[in-house]
Design a protein around this ligand. Structure first.
Ligand SMILES: NC(=O)c1ccc[n+]([C@@H]2O[C@H](COP(=O)([O-])OP(=O)(O)OC[C@H]3O[C@@H](n4cnc5c(N)ncnc54)[C@H](O)[C@@H]3O)[C@@H](O)[C@H]2O)c1
Length: 293
């Protein structure tokens, strides 16, 4: 498979600007499109700040950093951004109708051989592909936050995704200096979200059963299993509401082993959503997070 030279990223938010930066750092020309100038500008500012950190830590020279920035074309012109792309990576908010609308426009505005990837965290790739008349070109490329540092791309095949599309997605992943894990069937939670939810639920149950404290469970998973964060710390970081929503989708797909625990439901109902709310499993109002048992 020949190397990819041009990519378009749709959405310049948290994931989109990081994916665009990863592509540019790999020497790929990338257009980064959003709906308004201010969102595009914010994306470019985030990339500029990140590149400055690479320069400060001497991982890039100032000249290399400038060259990376020069490879990124920030724009609000959707048609121009996608016209010549070999791969498009969609990273707009997790709203099915919005993504389907983007995919319809992509099919109309790209060449037939262009691979259309989505960074969706949980939607069915086949359902997104069904909104197009090129389902063989649609694939999931699930990056992790922050995309510039995280080494995995979870690649998800839809029912009709072609072998060539898979090949292109794997080639691009390698070019970005990342590794892929392929989810061969398009199933809820793919690999990572499903496995992480199982661990999180079991840890919440251990806490509910009074077997260990929040801090001790986090410490056990961090130091004993070598995870960078404990499940409660991570859940506070990502949001308890998101975790509850994911658990409900997993329960619909796989049954009662994903029943949401009562303590998760009641914390979400009382607005304890994690860091963004100042309280979740921990209270963030002091100097140091304090567990709320
Ligand atoms: N944030 C994460 O940790 C994370 C991790 C993996 C996957 N994801 C997935 O990545 C996707 C994007 O998430 P995010 O956190 O970057 O969201 P975000 O809200 O930070 O960014 C989305 C961007 O898309 C733009 N946008 C909306 N409609 C658009 C359109 N029609 N055309 C172009 N741009 C448009 C918005 O203005 C916004 O700037 C979602 O599907 C999400 O589930 C997120």
């Amino acid at each position: 498979m020949t190397e990819i030279k041009t990519v378009a990223v749709i959405g310049a938010g948290t994931m989109g600007n990081g994916i665009a930066q990863s592509c540019a750092m790999a020497g790929i020309s990338v257009s980064m499109v959003d709906v308004e100038d201010r969102f595009v500008r914010r994306g470019v500012e985030t990339i500029t700040t990140s590149l400055a950190r690479f320069v400060k830590s001497e991982k890039l020279t100032p000249a290399q950093s400038e060259a990376v920035l020069a490879r990124i074309v920030p724009t609000t012109d959707f048609a121009a951004a996608v016209k010549d792309a070999e791969v498009v990576i969609e990273a707009v908010p997790e709203v099915m109708e919005l993504k389907q609308d983007v995919f319809k426009r992509l099919v109309a505005g790209t060449r037939t051989e262009t691979v259309l990837a989505t960074n969706t965290s949980q939607f069915s790739i086949s359902a997104l592909a069904a909104a197009t008349d090129r389902p063989e070109s649609v694939i999931g490329m699930h990056f992790f936050n922050p995309p510039v540092l995280m080494k995995l791309v979870e690649i998800v095949r839809g029912v009709r995704t072609s072998d060539r599309t898979l090949d292109v997605a794997q080639t691009l992943t390698r070019q970005l200096g990342k590794e892929s894990a392929v989810c061969k069937r398009d199933t809820v939670g793919f690999i990572t979200s499903r496995a992480l939810a199982a661990l999180r639920l079991e840890c919440i149950r251990i806490h509910e059963e009074g077997i260990a404290s929040i801090e001790d469970i986090d410490r056990a998973i961090r130091l004993g299993l070598n995870h960078p964060m404990g499940p409660f710390e991570l859940n506070d970081f990502n949001g308890l509401d998101t975790a509850l929503f994911n658990t409900q989708s997993l329960r619909e797909a796989y049954g009662d082993r994903f029943i949401p625990p009562q303590s998760l439901i009641s914390r979400v109902r009382s607005g304890m959503l994690g860091r963004k709310a100042g309280r979740g499993w921990y209270d963030y109002s002091g100097d140091k997070p304090k567990p709320i048992e």
